[in-house]
Ligand binder design. Structure first.
Ligand code: AMP
Length: 394
């Protein structure tokens, strides 16, 4: 079934939306309602003519924001709603048509994503009010990684923590890793084989994909595990929490806040969580920024090397996300840290990559593993999975 899909990504005080038409060439209507529930709530977006708009929505809640979004769809009617849901636990291995049982299953998983799943559910409730006639589909960030084997997803912890409390690695950014690896399988002569994907944005994760299936990934129980991110630390010694508590008297809430919001590029550089600013400051010799860039790239390379153990053979690496798509510096550094993989990055192609472009960055006549940039399209993938789910149900 191919229908226009309104993709909704609902946070506790924001709603991102995109209307994905059945015609891939049709301009996308997209935007974000922010600071919901506060006096300075507003809706920002782009019309199909490409004009930007900003509309004040003082004290608007999710339902009011969705009504304002509906007004911005320029009379185009969606045939379905696709919701990005952060955590599907072990229950959801693919997208699901939303009914009461799916809502309760998402509720039951809220303990694993206390910040995200309740907000996603608020989005579903508001959307059902504003678009009561439309089918709604839940597309999970975790679902793509449900193909991981216990070897990859189990922590070396007592069995009961897994069996009774669901403590295991789940992985996130599934729609992005799925999209770019399947795109590479289509674009590359090597097809669907062994691909390492690096989604590098404000949140960052890597994934090993074999034959279009996730084998392992860097994020775990929560999206804090793994790489250095904008404000998230990524991997630290699990003993750190006890150490900070005992030595500095920090509460768990404070430690959680520091690791999630004050670490990563921001913590290391002491300046910013924005990679463009980190690169500029590093260029000017700022020591914190140079260290942040070094650690960021080293940890990506280390993660890719580790994940290569999950693949029988390697066909290439794919960079995506705001940093992966737009930073030749990060791509060059990461590939440079993996000399034994046999990549051959063409510096001119790497530097010439234009925002939004996809392509292979290899030197001519190179026959080893490839290096690709593929812009991610999480909204497009959610729309595709929404249509597929409706088709299966029909
Ligand atoms: P995302 O979360 O995917 O939107 O990615 C946001 C990150 O991409 C931020 O750290 C930005 O600084 C980074 N980014 C965007 N454009 C560039 C660029 N031209 N060079 C380096 N980093 C960039």
């Amino acid at each position: 079934m191919n229908v226009p899909v309104l993709v909704i990504n609902c946070g506790s005080s924001s709603i991102k939306y995109a209307l994905i038409d059945t015609d891939p060439e049709a301009p996308r209507l997209a935007g974000i309602a922010e600071r919901l529930g506060s006096p300075d709530a507003c809706l920002k977006g782009k019309s199909s003519a490409g004009d930007k708009f900003e509309q004040a929505l003082p004290n608007a809640d999710h339902t009011q924001a969705l009504s304002a979004i509906l007004e911005r769809l320029e009379g185009r009617t969606p045939g379905a709603i696709g919701h990005r849901i952060v955590h599907g636990g072990e229950k959801f291995t693919q997208a699901a048509l939303i009914d009461a049982s799916v809502v309760s299953a998402i509720q039951a998983t809220a303990a694993l994503a206390p910040l995200h799943n309740p907000a996603n559910l608020a989005g579903i409730a508001a959307t059902q009010k504003v678009f009561p006639q439309l089918p709604q589909v839940a597309v999970f960030d975790t679902a793509f990684h449900q193909s991981l084997s216990p070897t990859a997803y189990r922590y070396a912890l007592p069995e009961s923590l897994y069996a009774e409390h669901g403590i295991r690695r789940y992985g996130f950014h599934g729609t992005s890793h799925a999209f770019v690896s399947q795109r590479a399988a289509t674009l590359s002569a090597r097809g669907a084989g062994g691909w390492l994907t690096a989604h590098l944005g404000n949140g960052c994760s890597t994934c090993a994909v074999w034959n279009n299936q996730s084998q392992d990934t860097s994020m775990g129980l929560t999206p804090l595990e793994g790489l250095v991110m904008g404000t998230r630390s990524g991997d630290v010694d699990p003993g750190l929490h006890a150490h900070l508590h005992r030595q500095l008297g920090w509460s768990l809430d404070k430690i959680d806040d520091v690791l999630n919001k004050q670490s990563g590029l921001l913590g290391l550089s002491g300046l910013t969580n924005d990679m463009r600013e980190v690169e500029e400051a590093a260029e000017q010799g700022h020591e914190g920024a140079m260290l942040a860039l070094d650690v960021f790239c080293y940890r990506i390379a280390k993660s890719l090397a580790a994940l290569s153990c999950a693949l029988p053979s390697l066909d290439g690496v794919i960079f995506t996300g705001g940093i992966g798509e737009n930073s030749p510096i990060v791509r060059r550094r990461v590939v440079g840290l993996l000399p034994h993989f046999g990549f051959a990055l063409n510096e001119i192609r790497n530097d010439a990559m234009i925002r939004g472009q996809e392509g292979k960055l290899d030197s001519d006549q190179h026959t080893g593993p490839e290096v690709w940039v593929i812009p991610t399209d999480e909204e497009g993938r959610i729309a595709m999975e929404t249509c597929h789910c409706l088709e299966v149900q029909a």
